[in-house]
Structure formats: structure tokens, C-alpha cells
Design a protein around this ligand. Structure first.
Ligand SMILES: Nc1ncnc2c1ncn2[C@@H]1O[C@H](COP(=O)(O)OP(=O)(O)OP(=O)(O)O)[C@@H](O)[C@H]1O
Length: 612
């Protein structure tokens, strides 16, 4: 992982802040100038008072001068706190708007493997960690960097004055601060060493906390009494997390404690030197008062520098995490690559050439040296037992995964040559896990905003997918929202209805390749039969892949591909494979026998025999 120094990270964060809020820099500069002016001014006040008293000014003059100074001091403080207040909200908005947008854009655009696989997902979680709270990462840098800069300026101004009086004071103060910095470095090194471990605990704890509240888990938690598993997980990782945090904080408290001791010693030495100077007449009482203010102020700047530097380092580590994810190779051709436009209205051929794929950290490849040619416009049924690698093949074909070996070609062109963002346009896919968004039915089908949605087409595909009757019965028809996350009047669809909606979405896209992974798993037998009967017309001019464990589906496909352990074991028409009497025939016979037996007993009247 590339590490950037704090200056580089600060430059990065401020550049981003500036693109979002152009006025931010002016407010920031005003705040830094005021933070420098106010303590200098505060140091002047007692010195001026002592001077006036010693020189016996009239009470009226005294009141006027002191009143004037206090008034200016008050005004400066008012502006300072006003700007701090404004800056606080600016920082929050910069983090929430700008940085979240950068991260979301990256996460949505980057290769799917960068999102799905564990190690990559952890990178994403770390990047989220840099912007998810007020006092970490980006916002921490925005808070602390001005303090760091102000402290450097304060130290330069104050020390240039102190050395003209007595350079020993500067040396004493510096020595103490260096010791304090060393203790902070010790604490920070410990924090760094344990950061990875803490991050793991944080991720696991967050998993338990999030999953415990999810609606999708609620049924299983109640029925299978899983709450203990969640309580124990939360308890275990809270303990591990908080123990580690306490160990980290203990080291910082050592540094803080030593700082209190050092400040007493430092003040004693500074006072001794200054009092000796007053006694031997080298400085006046007013100068003494001023010098005391400057010495204390100088120590404050030094301390601020040490602590802000430590916190900047802390923020910098998180910002590196963020930048690592943002600049991470997408793993695919998102920017460049060939246009798929010429292919969009053609029948397309697909070729898997010696394709191998291994999931990260898995010992054996899931797809092994697989060769398959699908002719343009062909309808393929992909079958095989659970875990054979069918869905993995779909993810490879659709460009969600990249093969670890071999090539996939569309109309003879290797798919990595296409612009990946456009490449997705070639596919209408129903995946096994149904995923709807809390928008209207029409928007879920079109994947577009209302303005860009073709309602006529939406209704046509809803009709084709068998959902039209249900939608027409709703008060707002296709404008009804799904789920109640955003719209209180939203509706929930049943498992089978959702699957029909997914089919409508794939059909709306009208892509040259249609891939249906278990599209009938939740359908009732009548709906299933209706889909089978329509399949030819739905896939007209398209190349299609139909994955199903219901082997009736193989009847209306041109060819059946039987996959086992990532390899093609058998391939051919239904009649050929039945004659071959291999794995496919075995699977088919078991299933059809079951249906026949049950049918004889009159259980499954709804299944049309001619389909089986
Ligand atoms: N993200 C993943 N990380 C690691 N291994 C995975 C991942 N996804 C799937 N696998 C493994 O790859 C193998 C093939 O899975 P795949 O989902 O392709 O099978 P399938 O043939 O579609 O099965 P099913 O019929 O159950 O849908 C399985 O053994 C599975 O455990």
C-alpha cells in the first residue's frame, strides 16, 4: 500500500474540499489568522495593564485603554467562534457529500471482484472507515491540519521573540516537548501495530450489529432462535475491540500524564529565569508580565504542534486507506475499450476457450479448462448439480469475474477488449438472488428515472412475464412503489412475483444475450408452464442460457450442457443425452419418475405432462 506523507494527504483532502466548497479556503485562512492573533492579543492585555499601573495613568485613561483592548479582544473572539462554527458544518458536509460521492462512484464503477471478494471488500470497508465518522480520517485532518499550521506559525513568531530575551528558555521548552513527542510516538506506534487487528474486530462487530437488525434475517432469528449467536458475537467482539482500544489509550494517557509533569517543571524553570532577570533589572515588570504570557503561549503552541502532528498521522493512515481504494485498479476496461454498439442488434455467438477460474483463497479451481461454443441465436440449457459452477460461468460470461485462465469471446472478439461498462449492455440477466430497489415498479423494470422510462414497453414486458394482472389491480398500477423504505404506501411482492418482475426487467433491457439463472425456482407450476411456452418468442433473435434444476426446461432449448465440477461432462440435445444414458439421463429420469409417481397419485395435476 502506498503511504503518503501528511502534507500530501492534506493537499489531497483540501483539493477535494475546494472542488465542493470554493469559499472554504477563505474561511480557513481567516480562522488561522484569528487563532494566531487572539493569543498574542491576550498576552498583551495584562502587560499593558501592568504598564499603565506602573506609569500611574489616570483612572479614565486606564478604563478607556483597557476597555478598548477588551472590546477588540471580544470582537476577535466572536468572529473566531463564528467562523469555527461555520467551518464545523462545512467539514461535515465536505465529508458527507464530496467524499461519500467519490467513494460511492468508485464502488459502483469498479470491477465486481473488487466488491465481492473478502480481501477486496475489506479494502472497501477501510475506505468507508476513513469517512464514516467525525473524528477520524478526512474530517479529523480537516479539524487538525489548521491547528498544526497555526502551531508552526505561533512557534516561529514566539520563539523569534523569546531568543532575543533568553535563548535558554526556548531550549528548555523544546527539550520537554521532544520528550513528550517521543512518548506520543511510542503510543502511536503501538496503535499502528494493532490497527489491522482492531480493524478486523471492528468489521466483525459491525457485521453482527448490522445483521442483527436486518429485516431479511428477522424470520430466521425468530424461528431458529439465532439471537444468542448474535448476542455472543456482539459481546465477544465488543470485548476484544474495547480491550485493544483501552490498551491504545493507556499509552496515550502516559504521554498526557508526562505532559502535565513537564509543564510544571517547564514553568518553574521559565519563571526562575524571568524573575532573576527582573531582579537584576534586565527586564521591566511589564516586560516580565508579557514574557510570562509569551512563554506559556509558546508552550501551548509546542503542545498543540505535538498533539496535532500525532492526530494528523492518525488521520493520514486512514486517508491512505481511502486513497488506496479510490486509486485501485478497477481490474477492467472502464474508460477505454471497444464500443459494443455494433453488436447490440445482432445475434451473438459466445465462446469459452480453455476457461479456468479460481475463487481467491480457494485451493481448487471452480471452472477448469472449459471449452464451449454457443452459436448465434442458440438456446442453451445449462444443468448440473449444486455447486457445479453454473452461476460462476454466468458471472464470467457477463464480465463480473475475470477468468484466471483462457478467454471468452463474443462474436470472435475477446471480451476484455470491450469497454466493460458498455459490455454489460449485451446482457439481460436474472440472478438467483432477487434484488429490488425501493422505487416504483416501472422504475425497477426499466432501471431508469420516470423521464427515461418507456411505460408502454414496461407494460408489455410485465404482460410477458405474467405480472400484468397483479400490477393492473393496484391503485397506482406500475407507479406503485416497492417496499416501504422510502414510500409508506409501497407494497411487498411475493417471492414468485418478484421473480416475474426480474424477468420483466431482463426483457425490458432487450439485450442480445439473455441469461436466466433459476428463473422459475419461486414460480407456481402454472406460471412456470406459461414461461416455458413463451420462451421461444421471448428469446427470438437472442442467444440465451437457461439454468434450472427443473429439467422440463431443457425441452425447449436447442442444446443441453451438463456441467460437473467446473467441466462440461455431457452436451447435446435432450434425445441424444437420453440415448447416451449418462449423468443427464440419470438426473432426468429421477426427476420425471418422481413427477410421474406423484401424478399417478394425483398430486401434481397442474403439471402439464407434455412438458415433462
Ligand atoms: N464468492 C465465492 N467465493 C468462494 N467460492 C465460491 C463463491 N461463490 C461460489 N463459490 C463456490 O464455487 C462453486 C460453484 O458455485 P456456483 O454458484 O457457480 O454453483 P452452481 O452450479 O450455480 O450451484 P447451484 O446449482 O447451487 O446454484 C461452489 O462450490 C461454491 O462454494
Amino acid at each position: 500500500m502506498k503511504k503518503h506523507n501528511i502534507w500530501n494527504n492534506a493537499l489531497y483532502v483540501y483539493k477535494q474540499a475546494n472542488t465542493f466548497n470554493k469559499k472554504y479556503k477563505y474561511k480557513l485562512i481567516s480562522s488561522i489568522v484569528l487563532s494566531l492573533l487572539i493569543p498574542i492579543f491576550a498576552t498583551f492585555i495584562p502587560a499593558v495593564v501592568v504598564y499603565i499601573i506602573i506609569h500611574g495613568s489616570k483612572i479614565g485613561d486606564f478604563a478607556l485603554i483597557v476597555g478598548g483592548i477588551v472590546l477588540i479582544y471580544g470582537i476577535l473572539n466572536y468572529f473566531s467562534s463564528y467562523i469555527s462554527h461555520v467551518l464545523f458544518f462545512d467539514k461535515v458536509f465536505i465529508r458527507l457529500n464530496n467524499f461519500f460521492e467519490i467513494l460511492s462512484q468508485k464502488a459502483m464503477a469498479t470491477g465486481y471482484e473488487n466488491i465481492e471478494f473478502k480481501h477486496n471488500r475489506e479494502k472497501l470497508m477501510r475506505a468507508v472507515g476513513a469517512i464514516s465518522e467525525n473524528r477520524v480520517g478526512v474530517e479529523l485532518l480537516l479539524q487538525v491540519f489548521p491547528v498544526f499550521i497555526t502551531s508552526i506559525a505561533g512557534i516561529l513568531i514566539y520563539s523569534s521573540y523569546i531568543v532575543t530575551i533568553n535563548y535558554l528558555i526556548v531550549l528548555v521548552l523544546l527539550g520537554m516537548v521532544i520528550m513528550n513527542v517521543l512518548l506520543n510516538v511510542y503510543a502511536r506506534n503501538y496503535e499502528k501495530r494493532t490497527a489491522e487487528e482492531l480493524n478486523t474486530y471492528r468489521t466483525k462487530l459491525k457485521y453482527f450489529q448490522d445483521e442483527a437488525n436486518k429485516l431479511s434475517n428477522a424470520k430466521d432469528i425468530k424461528i431458529y432462535k439465532l439471537e444468542k449467536w448474535f448476542y455472543n458475537g456482539i459481546k465477544l467482539f465488543t470485548k476484544k475491540f474495547s480491550t485493544r482500544v483501552m490498551q491504545q489509550k493507556f499509552r496515550y494517557s502516559l504521554a498526557n500524564f508526562s505532559d502535565s509533569i513537564f509543564s510544571i517543571i517547564r514553568n518553574l524553570i521559565a519563571y526562575t529565569i524571568l524573575v532573576a532577570m527582573v531582579l537584576n533589572g534586565s527586564i521591566s515588570a511589564a516586560e516580565f508580565t508579557f514574557m510570562i504570557g509569551i512563554v506559556i503561549g509558546f508552550a501551548v503552541w509546542l503542545n498543540n504542534l505535538a498533539t496535532s502532528y500525532g492526530r494528523l498521522k492518525e488521520a493520514s493512515i486512514r486517508i491512505d486507506d481511502f486513497r488506496e481504494y479510490i486509486s485501485w485498479d478497477d481490474g477492467i476496461n472502464m474508460e477505454a475499450g471497444e464500443n459494443v454498439e455494433p453488436l447490440l442488434h445482432k445475434k451473438l455467438s459466445i465462446e469459452f476457450k480453455n476457461v479456468t477460474f479460481s475463487y481467491p483463497e480457494s485451493e481448487k479451481p471452480t471452472i477448469r479448462n472449459l471449452n464451449l461454443t454457443i452459436e448465434a441465436g442458440e438456446k442453451i440449457a445449462l444443468v448440473g448439480i449444486n455447486g457445479a459452477g453454473k452461476t460462476t460461468l454466468v458471472k464470467l460470461l457477463t464480465g463480473l469475474y475475470n477468468p484466471t485462465g483462457g478467454k471468452i469471446l463474443i462474436n470472435g472478439i475477446p471480451i476484455e477488449k470491450f469497454n466493460r461498462y458498455e459490455y454489460y449492455n449485451l446482457f439481460g440477466v436474472i440472478f438467483q438472488d432477487v434484488n429490488i430497489l425501493p422505487f416504483t415498479i416501472a422504475q425497477n423494470v426499466s432501471g431508469q428515472t420516470d423521464k427515461d422510462t418507456d411505460l408502454e414497453k414496461v407494460n408489455m414486458v410485465l404482460e410477458q412475464s405474467g405480472l400484468a394482472e397483479k400490477i393492473q389491480s393496484l391503485e397506482k398500477k406500475e407507479h406503485t412503489s416497492l417496499t416501504q423504505v422510502i414510500d409508506d404506501k409501497g407494497i411487498m411482492l411475493s417471492g414468485g412475483e418478484l421473480q416475474k418482475l426480474m424477468l420483466a426487467r431482463a426483457l425490458y433491457k432487450d439485450s442480445p444475450i439473455l441469461v436466466l439463472d433459476e428463473p422459475t425456482a419461486a414460480l407456481d407450476p402454472l406460471a412456470e408452464q406459461a414461461l416455458y411456452l413463451k420462451y421461444n418468442s421471448l428469446t427470438e433473435n437472442k442467444t440465451s442460457i437457461f439454468i434450472s434444476h427443473r429439467l422440463a426446461s431443457t425441452q425447449f432449448c436447442n442444446r443441453i450442457v451438463y456441467v460437473e465440477e467446473g467441466k462440461i461432462l455431457e452436451m447435446g440435445t435432450h434425445t441424444n443425452l437420453m440415448k447416451k444414458n449418462g449423468k443427464y439421463a440419470e438426473m432426468f429420469n429421477i426427476q420425471s419418475q418422481y413427477y410421474k409417481e406423484n401424478k399417478e397419485e394425483g398430486f401434481l395435476d397442474a403439471i402439464d405432462e407434455k412438458i415433462i
